[in-house]
Write a protein that binds this ligand. Structure first.
Ligand code: 5GP
Ligand code: ZN
Length: 118
């Protein structure tokens, strides 16, 4: 498994940092965001380090990451009410953690102007 010693999400994968795990499979880990923007705010990450969605991520892994989102939504109990999936990429998008992650947000009606997460 390819991890980056300096990366906060790699430290969560290795167990060096703790997190509130919501879901895990062989390729994907999902855990609660430390600074939730909605009643449910979960981050889904690949278990290998890729800086962003533009970092040569294998298409199969991208598929596994996205396919995990409805499973996480079901675990959170928001699969019937709806949710938003968001991937910040690069500076203009205010990506702060440079390990590819999907934000999954729900649990209430999304604010009308909440197009992004920062
Ligand atoms: P970005 O702005 O890069 O798309 O989002 C990074 C997200 O990671 C933020 O929503 C932030 O709250 C979350 N985050 C940063 N560090 C940690 C951490 O150590 N643990 C958890 N659970 N979330 C974190
Ligand atoms: Zn990483």
């Amino acid at each position: 498994m390819i991890l980056d010693n300096e990366c906060v999400f790699c430290k969560i994968i290795s167990g060096e940092l703790s997190s509130n795990k919501v879901y895990e499979d062989e390729s994907v880990l999902a855990f609660e965001d430390a600074n939730p923007q909605m009643p449910h705010h979960v981050l889904l990450i690949p278990k290998e380090h890729y800086a962003s969605v533009a970092d040569g991520v294998p298409e199969v892994l991208l598929g596994k990451l996205l396919a995990a989102a409805p499973k996480v939504a079901q675990i959170c109990g928001i699969d019937q009410t709806g949710y938003r999936i968001c991937i910040n990429t690069g500076d203009d998008a205010r990506q702060t953690v440079h390990h590819l992650h999907l934000h999954l947000l729900g649990g209430a009606k999304m604010p009308i102007n909440m197009g992004a997460v920062d």
